[in-house]
Write a new protein. Structure first.
Length: 131
């Protein structure tokens, strides 16, 4: 099983989710890059400039696939509006960059669904999951 390269609070939420739902997905990608490469600022040190292409892309925590759907998953403890916005933006970029040929659903995976987050997620079509 592949490991995510993210902070431990986020990783713990993901681990609890996949332990509770083994076999939920047919394929999973971690730290999936989307978007466009930014221009390298003139004052950027050479060691940073050499890896700028990798640093400047946006990163989806998890892209998960089942037979019918691709899920773009943003993982945040006590998720709020920031997580909703990230899930929406990442899903749109993923669709635009990858042209997947199946529905792409934005998801926020969190340890606790707060009432306002639930209300806004439902209004904007973002699924909210807890482990």
């Amino acid at each position: 099983r592949a490991k995510m390269i993210i902070d431990t609070g986020v990783e713990k939420i993901w681990e609890r989710f996949i332990e509770a739902k083994p076999g939920r997905f047919t394929r999973v990608w971690y730290d999936f890059r989307v978007g466009d490469e930014d221009e390298i600022p003139e004052d950027t040190p050479s060691n940073v400039g050499e890896c700028w292409w990798d640093l400047s892309y946006w990163r989806i925590d998890v892209v998960a696939e089942d037979e019918e759907t691709l899920y773009v998953i943003e993982i945040k403890p006590q998720a709020n509006s920031k997580a909703i916005g990230q899930a929406l933006a990442y899903a749109k970029l993923f669709e635009s960059d990858e042209h997947p040929g199946k529905p792409v659903v934005p998801v926020v995976l969190t340890d606790r669904i707060l009432p306002t987050t639930q209300r806004v997620g439902a209004a904007l079509g973002v699924m909210l999951w807890v482990p």
